[in-house]
Structures are given as structure tokens and as C-alpha cells.
Design a protein around this ligand. Structure first.
Ligand code: AHR
Length: 657
């Protein structure tokens, strides 16, 4: 009986193998075709979904400087009392606008009774994530106006047990930074912090802050290590920053102004985050931008992870989905100046105004800025007129800076066609196309750039993501169908690397409890983070880009989706390898009769595979490794081999030439 069933199993395997379709695929590694730009696969960063404050920026205190619209937001008075009915006047907001006009509010503590308990409690960003054994830097700016007051700072876990504390003394009536270190005795993603005022007297306090010491590169007041590591692992060619619609602002006053994000942290003027109430179904009234992660920190991170910076600047036109507020054309000077000064901040000598500030902040060497974008996702005459003025002024002073221009919110339709017509007249160099489309669109459009005009501008696929439900729908999931469709689409971008110079998935980050927009590449909570299947697709492309494309064909045709088969191939001239990417979007396994010309007699390599039977499956914070790449080895004789592509699979082959 046992023998019979193994015979049956054997015949079944044989039958399936015969039934599988075999496709002959020819790869020509003897003729490198076009250069793949080092910027081909990059990152789009925007402070959406608590990506910066509450995310990448490792500050654990929310509303640390009491500048939210309601100053006590995220804070409780201790002993617990309604912050609105503060009848004792022991904890009040004092306006210190003469002392610091950018950050005027401080808390005035008037403690009359030495024996009475008085303090403040902060809730953090959906709690404070604390790890056992780790050290945390507490700090605040304070001045003692009279009497004698010390601070008892405690971290409480979600059971309200104290899991670390420190005591800090205040010395005098000048503003001073008080600092202490707390070592935690428990791990909990939902901690709180108490700051008790001991003694009697009056003090003013501001910038109450708590950071893990274990940040990216151990920088004080730095970035979350696990999140930067996920970015570094992508080996991105560039980082686009700060977005996204956040560049434009809902109104011009709320636009992103880089000059307000550099210099001393306490002097950076915070503003409301434009995503705080954008979606009724995901309101976030406590979402502000402290700019603790500002332009200096951004440039530094790019340098750390070996990516070219790509700042996107306001063109004097607020978000056209919101107010469309316009700066008059004859009053665009501040916007022009912002662009010129940013280039000086990044690249200027330390004898220039903005170069000197960069040096003062700790980086005398230039950041080597080579490109920037004028306007994000803007459209119509209003955009082109403003773009023309700003880009002309930039090129007059800095002819070598590459400028990115926008084509509006969609990669087709009237607005897009208008941009395609107008931008060449403005000598556009690289244009930013956005596609938030259904997965099928990605599978159907792998040929999008095959017949693009080679004599026009270059393409930056600056924001894209397959939407499993509908654009920006809260139902969207980072599922395997989306990731696989993106993998299929990317074969077309890579094949057309002579036109497509840059690509980036968007948005990048989302807090699992505080997001506004989904899908997103990387998700995190207060302690951990994980890459989606889409993240691993990006990673496989970015880590295996190669330097020049080579031909990959079946029956003389590119692999663009016939029978669900897509392909791209390149050579890496540095490592002397052939890189082949194959995507099978069909429900059937496919046999590939592969013939690579230009390989040695016997060559070895590796295969990196992503295979998942269930298209609706996706990684989660509790099961982050459901869909991850696996690696195996391959050896090839005389350039010939038979491969099997499982149903719904994406594979990268790296073979020594
Ligand atoms: O990625 C999210 C948003 O999508 C960006 O801010 C905007 O540019 C686009 O509409």
C-alpha cells in the first residue's frame, strides 16, 4: 500500500512537471545596453503616519514644549486634576515670547506647600516604549525663580509601577539644561513619565525630553536605530525629503520651511502636521511637527546610509487638494531664496552664512547636494509659472544642480498630459510621476516606458504603491498581490533605465496604531518594526540593481507579462556578475529553459526567492516574517539551466560571469 502511494506521488510529480509550461529565455550578457543610475532605487520620506515625531525621531515625550494648540495636550497634572480647571494656579502656562519667540510657552510651577505632591505626567506617543536594561536621557530647560525645587522623574510601566527614576537639582535663575539618566528595569511599549516638583518655590520649565541612549550611531537626541537600520539595509540611492504634501502645507503658512528646522532644537518653531485631521476616519489631533528631525539630521542620515539627498521644496503653491493658496508671482523671492540658501547650507563653504551654520551644527564638510525638487504633486498653469521662476533662478546660480519637476497627482489624464506638454518647454530635466493604482495596473503597465520619448526629460517614479482596495483607503493592505505586482512593474522600469533614473515607493513609514494612510513600506510600534513584502521587493531590487542592463527575451520579445512572466537582467561590472530578475504573477508554476550567453563554462551563484501561495497574505507586527526572501545556491554549466518559478513568485539570480 505504502509502495503504491509513493508510485502515485512519483507519477503526480512527473505529470505536473510535464504539464508545466516551459518557456525558453535568452539572456545576453555579452552586450551591456544602458546604464542603471546609482539613484535608481531610493526612499520617499514624509512625516505621515507618525513617521518623524513618534517614529524615526526618537523623542519619547509628546508636546515637550507645550506648543500644541492646546498646551496641555498629552500632559496630566499630578495629583490627577482636570487641566482645564486649574484653580490653584500651581501649574500654569507662562508666555516667554521675549525669551524665545519661536517656542514661547513654558510651564510655570508655583509650589507653595513643600509637603504637597505636585507634578506632570506625559503619555508619550501612544505610550512610551521602554526596554529593560536600556538607559534613557532625561532633560529639560528650566530656571528657578525663587525658593528651592528639585525634580523627581519616574518612568511608569503600564501597570503604574515605577521602572526607573532620577532626581535633578536646579541651580539658579538663569535658563539651564538639567539632565539625568534613567536605567529601566522593565520592558513595556506603553509606559508614562512623571515629573514631580519637590520642595517649595517657583520655577519655569520647558523642552521636557526623554530619549533612548541607544539611538542610530548612539547620537544624543538622535534617530530610532531599528528604523534607520531598515532604511540602511535597502542601500537606497537617494532619500526624498520631506515629502509629499507636507512640503506644500494645507496653507502657505503651514508649508515646510527648512530654515525653521535647523539650528538649536529649542529654537525650531513647530507647526501642526498637515495630516492631523486630513482623514476623518483617522483623526490625529495630537500630530504636530517639532522638526527635531530637520534638514541637518536628514542630510546626516543620507550620508550615514550612503544615499544622495533629494530635498523637495515649496514652489509657493499650497496643497491643491486643500487651499491651493498661491504666492503672487512677483513675490516669489522668499521661495527662490529658500532654495538657494538650502544649496548653500548643504554645499557652501564654512565662510558662507548657511555653510557656517552647518559647521556650527557639527558638519563643516559639505553634504554634496546634487539635486532638488521644486514643488511636490502640483499641477496647472499656477505650478508651471512658479516652477519656471524658481528653477531659472536656481540654475542661474547653480547650473549643475539637477531639478525635479512635478506632473501632478496621477500618471495619466488631463493634468498629466498638460504637464507632459509644458515641462519640455521649461527644459525640465527629471520629472516626478506618481502612481497609486490597483495591482492589476502595475501588472499591465510594465511596458509603460518602452516607447517613451528618449529625447525628452528623464523620469522619477517618485511615489507609487499598489492599492489593494482604493487610493488611500483604510482597507488597503501591504499584501503579496500588491508586492508581486510592484515587482513585475519594476522589471519595466529597470529595462528602461536610460529613461527612468529614480524610483521610490510611498509612503515609507507607519505606526501600527497611529497611521493615516495605508499601504506603507515599513510598519512599527513603540518598540519594534518590520518590513512589508513590498519592502523586501524594494530591497531585492535596490540591493541587486547592477550597473548596466542586458537583454532578456523569450522568442525575441521582452518578458512583459505573457503568461504572467516578467523579467529584467543586468550586469554588475564591479562584482562581475549577471543579475536576472524573474517574476511569475500566474497561479501556475513555470519552467524556464534559461540560456545565458557570455558566462564561463561552469559558474555559481545565488538565488533569492520570494514565494507565497496566498496573494492576500501580508506581514504584521505579530507575524513579521510571513513573507520574506530566502536564499539558495545555483550552479550553471555553459550558461544553460532549467529553472522553476513557483506560482506567485519573485526570484533574483546573481551569477558570477
Ligand atoms: O504618499 C502620501 C501622499 O500621496 C503624498 O503626501 C502626496 O504627494 C501624495 O498624494
Amino acid at each position: 500500500m505504502k509502495r503504491l502511494s509513493s508510485y502515485l506521488a512519483f507519477f503526480l510529480v512527473c505529470f505536473q512537471t510535464i504539464a508545466q509550461k516551459t518557456t525558453k529565455v535568452e539572456v545576453d550578457a555579452t552586450k551591456p545596453l544602458v546604464t542603471i543610475q546609482p539613484t535608481m532605487y531610493g526612499i520617499f520620506f514624509e512625516d505621515i503616519n507618525f513617521a518623524a515625531d513618534g517614529g524615526l525621531y526618537a523623542e519619547l515625550i509628546k508636546n515637550r514644549s507645550f506648543e500644541f494648540e492646546y498646551p496641555w495636550m498629552a500632559w496630566k497634572h499630578l495629583p490627577e486634576a482636570e487641566t482645564r480647571f486649574n484653580t490653584q494656579n500651581e501649574l500654569t502656562i507662562y508666555n516667554n515670547s521675549k525669551g524665545n519667540p519661536n517656542n514661547p510657552r513654558v510651564v510655570r510651577v508655583d509650589k507653595r506647600d513643600e509637603k504637597k505632591s505636585l507634578g506632570l505626567q506625559n503619555e508619550g506617543f501612544d505610550g512610551i516604549g521602554i526596554k529593560k536594561g536600556e538607559k534613557y536621557d532625561f532633560s529639560a530647560l528650566a530656571r528657578l525663580n525663587r525658593g528651592s525645587i528639585s525634580l523627581l522623574v519616574e518612568i511608569l510601566n503600564s501597570k503604574d509601577q515605577v521602572i526607573g527614576s532620577t532626581v535633578l537639582n536646579l541651580l539658579g535663575s538663569n535658563w539651564q539644561k538639567i539632565e539625568g539618566v534613567i536605567t529601566a528595569t522593565d520592558t513595556d511599549p506603553k509606559c508614562k513619565i512623571n515629573v514631580f516638583f519637590k520642595g517649595a518655590g517657583q520655577l519655569d520649565i520647558d523642552m521636557i525630553s526623554l530619549f533612548p541612549q541607544d539611538t542610530w550611531k548612539g547620537r544624543k537626541g538622535g534617530l530610532r536605530k531599528d528604523l534607520v537600520q531598515l532604511l540602511a539595509d535597502l542601500k537606497p540611492g537617494f532619500v526624498r525629503f520631506p515629502g509629499g504634501c507636507i512640503v506644500e502645507g494645507r496653507t502657505l503658512a503651514e508649508r515646510y520651511q527648512w530654515k525653521k528646522t535647523v539650528g538649536k532644537i529649542e529654537n525650531r518653531q513647530q507647526i501642526v502636521n498637515r495630516w492631523n485631521m486630513e482623514f476623518k476616519h483617522r483623526p490625529a489631533p495630537d500630530y504636530y511637527q517639532t522638526f527635531g528631525l530637520g534638514f541637518f539630521e536628514y542630510f546626516l542620515m543620507c550620508e550615514d546610509i550612503g544615499a544622495t539627498p533629494l530635498p523637495i521644496l515649496s514652489c509657493g503653491l499650497a496643497c491643491q487638494f486643500n487651499s491651493s493658496e498661491m504666492q503672487p508671482l512677483e513675490e516669489l523671492d522668499p521661495f527662490v531664496q529658500d532654495a538657494l540658501d538650502l544649496i548653500e547650507f548643504a554645499n557652501g563653504g564654512t565662510d558662507t552664512k548657511w555653510g557656517a551654520l552647518r559647521a556650527e551644527m557639527g558638519h563643516p564638510a559639505p553634504f554634496n547636494l546634487q539635486m532638488l525638487g521644486v514643488g511636490n504633486e502640483q499641477w496647472g498653469e499656477e505650478y508651471f509659472e512658479r516652477y519656471a521662476i524658481i528653477s531659472k533662478a536656481i540654475h542661474a546660480k547653480y547650473p549643475n544642480i539637477k531639478i525635479i519637476s512635478g506632473t501632478g497627482p496621477a500618471s495619466d489624464g488631463e493634468l498629466f498630459e498638460q504637464a507632459e506638454k509644458e515641462l519640455p518647454k521649461l527644459n525640465a530635466q527629471i520629472v516626478d510621476e506618481h502612481y497609486y493604482k490597483e495591482p492589476q495596473w502595475f501588472r499591465d503597465n510594465a511596458t509603460r516606458y518602452d516607447n517613451y520619448d528618449r529625447n525628452r526629460y528623464k523620469i522619477f517614479a517618485g511615489e507609487y504603491a499598489a492599492q489593494s482596495s482604493a487610493v488611500a483607503s483604510p482597507e488597503n493592505k501591504n499584501n503579496w498581490e500588491c508586492a508581486l505586482s510592484e515587482a513585475a512593474y519594476l522589471t519595466g522600469l529597470e529595462r528602461n533605465a536610460d529613461v527612468v533614473y529614480m524610483t521610490s515607493y510611498a509612503p515609507l513609514f507607519a505606526h501600527v496604531n497611529r497611521w493615516q494612510w495605508t499601504p506603507d513600506l515599513i510598519w512599527f510600534d513603540n518598540l519594534t518594526s518590520f518590513g512589508t513584502a513590498n519592502y523586501f521587493v524594494q530591497k531585492l531590487y535596490a540591493n541587486n540593481a547592477g550597473t548596466k542592463t542586458i537583454g532578456i527575451k523569450s522568442n525575441g520579445q521582452n518578458l512583459t507579462g505573457k503568461d504572467g512572466l516578467y523579467g529584467a537582467a543586468s550586469v554588475d561590472e564591479k562584482s562581475n556578475e549577471v543579475i536576472i530578475k524573474l517574476v511569475n504573477t500566474s497561479a501556475d508554476a513555470q519552467r524556464i529553459d534559461l540560456n545565458i550567453s557570455g558566462l564561463g563554462v561552469k559558474t555559481n551563484g545565488k538565488v533569492i526567492s520570494m514565494v507565497e501561495k496566498d496573494l492576500k497574505n501580508y506581514n504584521t507586527i505579530t507575524e513579521p516574517s510571513k513573507i520574506v526572501p530566502t536564499e539558495s545556491v545555483i550552479s550553471i554549466e555553459k550558461g544553460k539551466t532549467m529553472l522553476t518559478l513557483e506560482p506567485y513568485s519573485f526570484k533574483v539570480y546573481r551569477i558570477k560571469k
